[in-house]
Write a protein that binds this ligand. Structure first.
Ligand code: GKR
Ligand code: MG
Length: 424
């Protein structure tokens, strides 16, 4: 009986991988990005895998979750969720990073549920011989489209812990167009997002204009991560009107976005002001945000993402996906769930092109015309490469980073940098 199979062991391995000197509203990425790889081993010797945040508070709650899943059948998703909700709470005083909703400790329970759910679904798929997408109701598309995610960047990290990446500097409009061209040549993306909130809005708008000229007809997005004031966002809107498919989180707060919505025809998108069901209720009542960027890592998993998609359909909201620095296990989980969502109205975000290392067998996931093929093999469709896991874990042990801190990193370049938000 498949229900006799139970989880007998949980392995949590923090890893660190190289990440570029990417600029954002909070500062700049550190040379090492952290993740945690979670493995659930069963009584019949199978291993289900998952990838999530690797900062210290997250590692602590994952440790707490260990006992909650041992003894459960991989099919007991509801019981797992009940147990996690009953015992995993917010961590008082935890380090939080405003730009990355996944670092908010109030989301500890959904983050843990998501981590365990992906590994349990991987196991379910292996047991019944079906890809995860089939357990989610089956695919409505064979491949999931992603967008080219551009960043302003320096050529190399100030600390120089390894040789600079191959992308070079990305500060001027010409360099941003060049970055887009390279990313599209390599991956075939068919839409472009620029991470903004870094330079004066006039420069970022000029970059969008240059992208529009270089790639006529290509859907474009700009995401200043709430680093523009409401006034700046209103003033910029007419200039962006003809350029963008959506205007992502230009100014802070649901109220700010609601006021901005009165001044622009552009659909407003967010992964910052709606990150919980409570926000969803308030946001729906205000009617300001038109596109929701979901993220299974903090919304509570793949099934919760499907629920969110249904809510978006009901409230007539567009849907896409948010991303932070991640590797292939997360990319495949995103791909399975996105393939099951009929109303995925926009290509998903992914930081994946910025990562060079991998933790799965076969190395880097490939993109075809900007899309990832939905696996047809059982479970997630990818397996852990144990040698690589050991290498990335050793990097974690030696790199010294334990919590993401883009502000502190930026102060190495500009000691006076305050990270004040909104800055423009
Ligand atoms: O990694 O620099 C970054 C991004 O700014 C990230 O922290 C955001 O969470 O990509 C994200 C976004 O779309 O807001
Ligand atoms: Mg965003």
């Amino acid at each position: 009986m498949t229900r006799d199979i139970t989880v007998t062991q949980v392995r949590i391995t923090p890893i660190a991988f190289r990440d570029g000197p990417l600029l954002n509203a909070a500062g700049i990425h550190e040379p090492w990005a952290l993740r945690a790889i979670v493995e659930l081993e069963t009584s019949d010797g199978r291993v289900g895998i998952s990838e999530t945040y690797g900062d210290e508070p997250m590692l602590r709650v994952l440790e707490q979750a260990r006992a909650l899943v041992i003894g459960l059948s991989p099919f007991d998703l509801n019981r797992m969720e009940e147990r996690v909700r009953a015992s995993i709470k917010a961590s008082p005083g935890a380090v939080e990073f405003e730009l990355a909703p996944g670092s908010h400790s109030a989301k500890n329970a959904p983050k843990v549920i998501s981590t365990l759910e992906v590994a349990m679904l991987d196991l379910q798929g292996q047991i019944v011989g079906a890809p995860i997408v089939d357990l989610l109701g089956g695919k409505v598309r064979d491949a999931v489209p992603y967008s080219a995610y551009l960043f302003f960047k320096y050529a190399g990290h100030i600390d120089r812990p390894y040789a600079p990446d191959a992308w070079g500097e990305g500060l001027s409009a010409e360099q941003i167009v060049e970055q887009a061209r390279r990313m599209i040549d390599l991956y075939g993306f068919q839409s472009i997002k620029l991470k903004g909130g870094v330079f004066e809005p006039a420069h970022e708008i000029a970059c969008m204009r240059a992208l529009h000229q270089a790639f006529p007809g290509m859907p474009l997005r700009l995401d200043p991560n709430a680093n523009w004031s409401l006034e700046t966002s209103i003033a910029a809107a007419p200039e962006l009107d003809e350029l963008l498919e959506y205007y992502e989180d230009p100014c802070p707060g649901l109220e700010g976005m609601a006021e901005l919505a009165k001044h622009t025809r552009l659909p407003l998108a967010t992964n910052m002001v709606i990150t919980t069901m409570e926000d969803f209720r308030r946001g729906a009542a205000m009617g300001s945000v038109k596109v929701l960027l979901s993220d299974h890592h903090y919304w509570g998993g793949l099934r919760a993402t499907q629920t969110l998609a249904r809510m978006c359909r009901l409230w007539d909201l567009g849907m896409s996906m948010h991303s932070n620095s991640h590797l292939g296990i997360s990319l495949m989980a995103m791909t399975h769930v996105a393939a099951s969502i009929p109303n995925l109205t926009y290509a998903c975000d992914t930081h994946y092109p910025w990562q060079e290392e991998e933790v799965i067998k076969g190395g880097r996931v490939s993109f075809d015309n900007g899309a990832v093929r939905v696996p047809t093999t059982p479970g997630l469709g990818v397996e852990l490469d144990r040698e690589q896991l050991a290498v990335l874990h050793a990097q974690y042990l030696s790199c010294g980073v334990r919590n993401r801190d883009d502000l502190k990193q930026m102060q190495k370049y500009e000691p006076g940098f305050t990270g004040k938000n909104p800055r423009f």
